[in-house]
Write a protein that binds this ligand. Structure first.
Ligand code: HAM
Length: 413
């Protein structure tokens, strides 16, 4: 049996680094007063189709969709925002508090072509702030990602920002963009030819070299923003300046999901090869309404946990270690070990034993393999003397410790 393509097993040896990322993020979410929400991994397909947009790559090509036994179309979530918005609306959250802040951590599914940093099942940590159109919150989300990036140990990254306007100013820009690309339609890749009439903005996101070259001379959104969007964008930048966050303005940063308006941003690094964004997001002021809620502005982000782990691969994190591995010689010694294992565990220490193993050498090897801090060796001599031979596995030092002083001695060192 093998696993399906683009899906990874995460073995215990990766967990210290994994937990370092999660714990750093949880800590940052706490500092920003953002509370956890757990929403389903499966939703009705419509949640994503309506939320993310039918014409996006995610909805049109990348969703894992299936029918349940009642013939309803269900989808494994490709991202977190749509589900959180669905929950926010269904629970009438907009009636409760002016501003609600949520974070989530969990698996997402996209049927993309697997490659380094691009999986079909991957994990995101993300946050959404509902109920504010204040540019302070756009900057707050960017500042939050910056804090998480630093706390997880990512040092070399850039913050790209843009404003893609709103439903007042964007249509005129798209019109102009369409005119420009219509005049060059023969030079476009097949995908962009298709997108031209349906989702013109996405042409700016195309990776094809010819399309990239054309983009250089295309009209920029920045010159087409309405007064309100331009002011909003300026204010976001001012907040970032005040917070000491360095950023680069990228007028082509349009993002691959349809719900955005005003601010969009990405955190990028060269460490990932082709998949250069490890976190991204933006403002989405119309999505709550699309889901039947009261008009509620919102802004949020998500970061790819596997991508963060790839970037921080060489970084050392504090290792979780077993405190004591018991090595026994003879049946009576083994029985004594059983009771000592129980006693250490009851006192909050981690301890383990292999009851069926008899050779001292192989038991010492297991102590090493499990990265135990101490090997607690007990044979006839120790049993009669009422002590254990305690070997420090890092230094090789050995000491005789009375049975009733074991827990304290291990906890102390
Ligand atoms: P996204 O840009 O599609 O945005 O994904 C956010 C992050 O998830 C990416 O920057 C990347 O680190 C990670 N990611 C995406 N696809 C994959 C993949 N196939 N394999 C590994 N990692 C991946 C969103 O998902 C939006 N919901 C973000 C957001 C929240 N906007 C507002 N609120």
């Amino acid at each position: 049996m093998t696993k399906a393509p683009g899906i990874e097993d995460i073995f215990p040896d990766k967990m210290d680094r994994w937990n370092h990322v999660i714990n750093s993020a949880r800590n940052a979410f706490g500092r920003f007063n953002i509370r956890e929400i757990i929403v389903p991994v499966i939703e009705f397909t419509d949640v994503f189709a309506r939320g993310i947009g039918d014409d996006t790559d995610i909805v049109s090509k990348e969703m894992f969709t299936f029918e349940d036994r009642g013939g309803r179309s269900l989808t494994l979530r490709p991202e977190g925002t749509a589900g959180v918005v669905r929950a926010y609306c269904e629970n009438g959250e907009y009636n409760r508090l002016a501003i609600s802040k949520f974070f989530y951590i969990g698996p997402m599914f996209r049927a993309e072509k697997p490659q380094k940093g691009r999986l079909r099942q991957f994990n995101q940590l993300g946050a959404e702030i509902f109920g504010s159109d204040d540019p302070f919150h756009d900057a707050e989300i960017i500042t939050l990602i910056d804090a998480i990036a630093k706390d997880t140990g990512i040092s070399d990254y850039s913050v790209l920002i843009n404003s893609i306007g709103c439903s007042d100013c964007r249509p005129a820009y798209i019109e102009e963009l369409k005119k420009y690309y219509d005049a060059h339609s023969s030079e476009l890749c097949e995908d962009c030819k298709r997108r031209l009439s349906k989702n013109t903005l996405r042409l700016l996101d195309c990776k094809n070299e010819g399309c990239r070259a054309l983009r250089e001379k295309s009209p920029r959104i920045t010159g087409h923003l309405c007064g309100s969007c331009a002011d909003h964008y300026t204010s976001v930048k001012n907040h970032l300046d005040t917070a000491g966050i360095r950023y680069t303005e990228d007028p082509f940063l349009v993002r691959g999901l349809d719900y955005y308006c005003k601010t969009t941003f990405e955190f990028v690094t060269n460490a990932l090869g082709g998949q250069n964004a490890f976190a991204a997001g933006g403002r989405y002021n119309k999505l709550v309404e699309t889901f039947g809620g009261k008009p509620t502005p919102a802004v949020g982000f998500a970061a790819g946990i596997e991508r963060i782990l790839l970037i921080t691969e060489s970084q050392q994190v504090k290792e979780t270690r077993l405190d004591a591995y018991f090595v026994h010689a003879g049946e009576s010694a083994r029985d004594k070990c059983f009771s000592l294992v129980r006693s250490l565990r009851n006192q909050g220490l981690s301890a383990d034993i292999d009851p069926s193993s008899t050779g001292m050498k192989s038991q010492m090897k297991k102590a090493e393999r499990d990265r135990s801090r101490f090997a607690i060796i007990i044979g006839d001599t120790e049993l009669q003397g009422g002590f254990a031979m305690v070997k420090n596995m890092d230094t090789g030092d050995q000491a005789q410790i009375p049975f009733d002083a074991l827990a304290e001695a291990i906890a102390r060192s």
